[in-house]
Design a protein around this ligand. Structure first.
Ligand code: HEM
Length: 141
């Protein structure tokens, strides 16, 4: 298992680490300002509407792998990284490595792939506004 964080330069070949062209308005600074705008990035638009309508608050959840794997679509993509489950959907158009790469970890534990590609990226900080809960083991029936 690679270390959770490192300053070591990437070991992947440059071909595998191609940057993609992000749409205008989707730089890392744009992501930072969206995060600090107060928008609720934890939920999809649909559940955001219902939580506003019902007056509910967003609570962090305990998420077993069987629930995580239901969230594997672009408009509802979750991934667990270092035990924390993030809603990837709002970040997809901002990811410098592209949507397709990020979707590889949708619905599953992305810790290993994340650490292999860029363990120097501070995921806790970058995705704090997208935290939906914590990965737990499957409840025994
Ligand atoms: C929530 C999870 C993720 C976050 C917050 C994230 C964030 C970032 C950031 C900030 C960069 C730019 C890094 C730099 O310039 O040094 C980047 C680049 C990249 N990411 Fe991710 N990433 C995530 C997940 C992934 C995953 C799971 C993969 C692979 C399957 C991946 C593949 C790449 C690639 C290939 C680049 C390439 C461009 C480069 O060389 O910087 N990322 N990502």
């Amino acid at each position: 298992m690679p270390p959770p964080t490192t300053l070591k330069p990437p070991t992947l070949s440059p071909k595998k680490r191609e940057k993609v062209a992000l749409a205008p308005g989707h730089s890392s600074l744009d992501w930072a300002s969206l995060k600090s705008s107060g928008a609720d990035l934890r939920v999809s638009l649909f559940s955001c509407f219902w939580s506003l309508f019902l007056g509910g608050t967003t609570q962090l959840m305990r998420i077993p792998p069987s629930v995580l794997k239901l969230h594997n679509k672009k408009d509802d993509a979750w991934s667990a990284i270092n035990g924390k489950v993030y809603n990837l959907t709002p970040y997809l158009p901002y990811h410098p490595g592209g949507e397709r790469e990020l979707m590889r970890v949708a619905g599953r534990d992305g810790t290993k792939l994340f650490a292999l590609t860029h363990a120097w990226v501070n995921v806790d900080f970058m995705m704090d506004a997208c935290l939906v809960g914590f990965l737990v083991s499957e409840p025994s029936s």
